[in-house]
Design a protein around this ligand. Structure first.
Ligand SMILES: C[S@@+](CC[C@H](N)C(=O)[O-])C[C@H]1O[C@@H](n2cnc3c(N)ncnc32)[C@H](O)[C@@H]1O
Length: 193
């Protein structure tokens, strides 16, 4: 069953939004400052976009829910961040091969599992040669019902990304939102040339 994301934003029914950047991202950034051009997929209200932009990165947040993007744009600008209303499965051609990084948090788990191979292709398409995907994946979400968040097994991640990416690192973040401790897996993957 899909979710009407725009409707949820219009109703302000957004329990996934914690009002701040993803703890695992902040943990990573404290040890590995990023630079270059970064795409944040399914950016919602854009807290991660701004955390990255504050570091000096050029960041584009993309989400197909217009109300999410409007809310993201209403926050004060902190650096070089922009937002785009678009479907990650139909991104503008001019974004092809243009990003050094893609940041993923709660977009992969929001899409239907059968769309995952297309997700991998979309991310590979927007990355430059040897570009990297930094991601939080939910390997053990609390609800395993008909709708998102859809969990994923580690061996499924291996198989899905193998055609286009090489796994560089895999770890469990020490920092997580309350209730998500031990349910997340972070991965750093590099696009195959
Ligand atoms: C669970 S929310 C997470 C939002 C944000 N990453 C956060 O951590 O608050 C999932 C987001 O993905 C967006 N989304 C889902 N499918 C998408 C698609 N095909 N293209 C673009 N955005 C999508 C939704 O609109 C929603 O904002």
């Amino acid at each position: 069953m899909g979710l009407d994301w725009e409707q949820r934003y219009q109703s302000l029914d957004t329990p996934w939004d914690k009002g701040k950047a993803t703890p695992g991202l902040l943990e990573f950034l404290s040890n590995h400052p990023l630079s270059g051009k970064i795409l944040v997929v399914g950016c919602g209200y854009g807290h991660d976009v701004r955390a990255l932009s504050q570091q000096g990165c050029q960041v584009v947040g993309v989400d197909f829910a217009p109300s999410a993007i409007a809310a993201a744009q209403s926050f004060p600008t902190v650096g070089d961040e922009t937002y785009l209303i678009a479907d990650i499965f139909n991104l503008p051609k001019e974004l092809d091969s243009s990003f050094d990084w893609v940041w993923e948090h709660t977009c992969f788990c929001a899409i239907a599992p059968e769309q995952r191979p297309n997700y991998v292709k979309s991310v590979a398409t927007v990355l430059k040669r040897s570009g990297k995907l930094l991601a939080v994946f939910f390997v053990n979400p609390p609800n395993q019902g008909n709708g998102p968040p859809y969990g994923v097994k580690v061996n499924e991640l291996d198989e899905l990304f193998a055609p286009h990416f090489t796994l560089l690192e895999d770890w469990q973040p020490a920092q997580a939102y309350p209730g998500w401790e031990g349910r997340e897996r972070m991965r750093l993957l590099q696009k195959n040339d």
